[in-house]
Ligand binder design. Structure first.
Ligand code: NAP
Ligand code: ZN
Length: 351
């Protein structure tokens, strides 16, 4: 059984530390990948610290990481789409049933048998799956994506989660020219939301709690930035948005954003704080507004997003770190002090 070097949390309160895991020998349908970069998603922190206990409790040791870019080192005998040496990506999913209605609709993320990249039952080895904070991974071909050759690899890694998670709802809700779009929270997801909404041709307004992000928001593509603590500035946008994407990782007042939607407007939540939100029903009634959620995206749409990024030369703005800095990086993400995604250079695991 091949071993892999990794970083793991041993409990919800222990820092991540070096750990050795097993990876399977590639089966006929598998692609074996040397991981080059892995983005640091806020979901990694929620999960490593067991903050989603009520929905998906964490099994330890936990090796997070679902924004993976790497190079193919071997392929199984039935693999057709990839060969040794290809640059590939793996996101939040590594398997699904393939035959259920969700899979048939290219929505593998909603398959009842979907296997997430980490902390999900591992059909091959038993125990749970281990993610991308590791030097290698073995994944069924269906869940491997092609990374356009013009993209910087450190900046491409976050596309595999932050990218698809924002691209998918923007496309689903018809964001494009003539639409006014709000992006709430300028973190890893939010900054990708700004780039995509702008590239799709919308009028983009960023809502941030961080005054020191205003210049960046404009540089990333926003037409306007509102400091969400400024009640007067917030009021100016009442009843004006077609669509708002909420990318905030912590509890906050979403009624303030529902008030900004126009008739038939939609607010989609992608941020995933564990606590429930209090919703003022009347805020939805007046204007036939809707509130919905969205979870990553299916494989076909993820490839479409990567190709869109290749065409428009879109990557994440990253701060590259060694795996040894991961615990400090988590603390900085929690303080909204990353511009705008950490990307781990996995060569640092070799030492
Ligand atoms: P992140 O980089 O930490 O960004 C979150 C941003 O939210 C912060 O940068 C900050 O932006 C804002 N924020 C933080 N605390 C806040 C508070 N108390 N009140 C108001 N705003 C606050 O996190 P991320 O990686 O983008 O992930 C965001 C959320 O999406 C997480 O909960 C994550 O688990 C979830 N997620 C969901 C999916 C999905 O499929 N639905 C996929 C990936 C991640 P400002 O400084 O601009 O205010
Ligand atoms: Zn993620």
């Amino acid at each position: 059984m091949p071993h892999a070097k990794a970083y793991a949390a041993q409990s919800g309160t222990s820092p991540l530390a070096a750990h050795t895991i097993n990876r399977r020998e590639p089966t006929a349908d598998d692609v074996q990948i040397e991981i080059l970069f892995c983005g640091v998603c806020h979901s990694d922190i929620h999960q490593a610290r067991n903050e989603w206990q009520s929905v998906m409790p964490t099994v330890y040791p936990c090796v997070p990481g679902h924004e993976i870019v790497g190079r193919v080192t071997a392929v199984g005998s039935s693999v057709k789409r990839f060969k040794k040496g290809d640059t590939v990506g793996v996101g939040c999913l590594v398997d699904s049933e393939g035959s259920c209605p969700a899979c048939k609709a290219n929505l593998e993320q909603f398959c009842p048998g979907a296997t997430f990249t980490y902390n999900a039952p591992d059909k091959h080895l038993g125990g749970v799956t281990y993610g991308g904070y590791s030097d290698s991974i073995v994944v069924n071909e269906r869940f491997v994506l092609s990374v356009p050759s013009n993209l910087d690899l450190a900046g491409a890694a976050p596309l595999l989660c932050a990218g698809i998670t924002t691209y998918s709802p923007l496309k689903h809700w018809g964001v494009g020219p003539g639409k006014k779009v709000g992006i709430v929270g300028l973190g890893g997801l939010g900054h990708m939301g700004v780039k995509f909404a702008r590239a799709l041709g919308a009028q983009v307004v960023v809502f941030t709690t961080s005054a020191n992000k205003v210049d960046d928001a404009l540089r990333l593509g926003a037409h306007e930035v509102v400091i969400s603590k400024d009640a007067e500035a917030m009021k100016k946008h009442a009843f004006s948005f077609d669509f708002i994407l909420d990318c905030v990782s912590a509890p906050h007042d979403i009624n303030a954003y529902l008030a900004m939607l126009t008739v038939n407007g939609n607010l989609t939540l992608v941020g995933a704080p564990e606590q429930p939100f209090p919703i003022a029903g009347f805020g939805l009634l007046f204007g036939r507004k809707s509130l919905s959620g969205s979870l990553i995206g299916g494989l076909k749409e993820t490839q479409e997003m990567l190709d869109f990024c290749g065409k428009h030369n879109i990557t994440s703005d990253v701060e590259v770190i060694g795996i040894q800095q991961i615990n400090e990086a988590y603390e900085r993400v929690l303080k909204a002090d990353v511009k705008y995604r950490f990307s781990i250079d996995m060569a640092s695991l070799k030492g």
